[in-house]
Design a protein around this ligand. Structure first.
Ligand SMILES: [Zn+2]
Length: 122
């Protein structure tokens, strides 16, 4: 199935290239539409090629692994360099844990009581 997509992409690109080479000095609207159609096919085929390598994690090693639940969490953001892949992030956490000065990841800070300011002025 991946081969079919690849073949579709190659065919579309070859056709686009042929069409472009055949264009004369003043291409018509029809020439342009034809070229756009073929290029769009190539684009669609090219985008679907990545489906196998980038799953939900966007990780090339674990495309269908678990997504780190902390990814995209505004309360407890992942450290820089961490991705969406839970397996890779766990590995990074373990590696970071060997360096005592680097915290594996930020812990949620205790929040002040919502009306602390009122209590101060009272
Ligand atoms: Zn990974």
């Amino acid at each position: 199935m991946g081969d079919a997509r690849l073949h579709e992409l190659q065919t579309a690109l070859t056709t686009a290239s042929d069409l472009a080479s055949a264009l004369r000095a003043a291409p018509t609207r029809r020439d342009a539409d034809q070229l756009v159609d073929v290029l769009r096919q190539a684009l669609t085929a090219a985008s679907s090629l990545g489906d196998r390598t980038t799953g939900p994690t966007g990780c090339a090693l674990h495309p269908n692994g678990a997504v780190d639940p902390l990814h995209g969490d505004p309360e407890d953001p992942l450290p820089p360099g961490y991705g969406k892949c839970l397996l890779c992030n766990d590995r990074r956490r373990r590696a970071d844990a060997h360096h005592p000065h680097v915290r594996p990841y930020a812990r949620p800070r205790p929040r002040p009581h919502p009306d602390w300011h009122r209590r101060l002025s009272a």
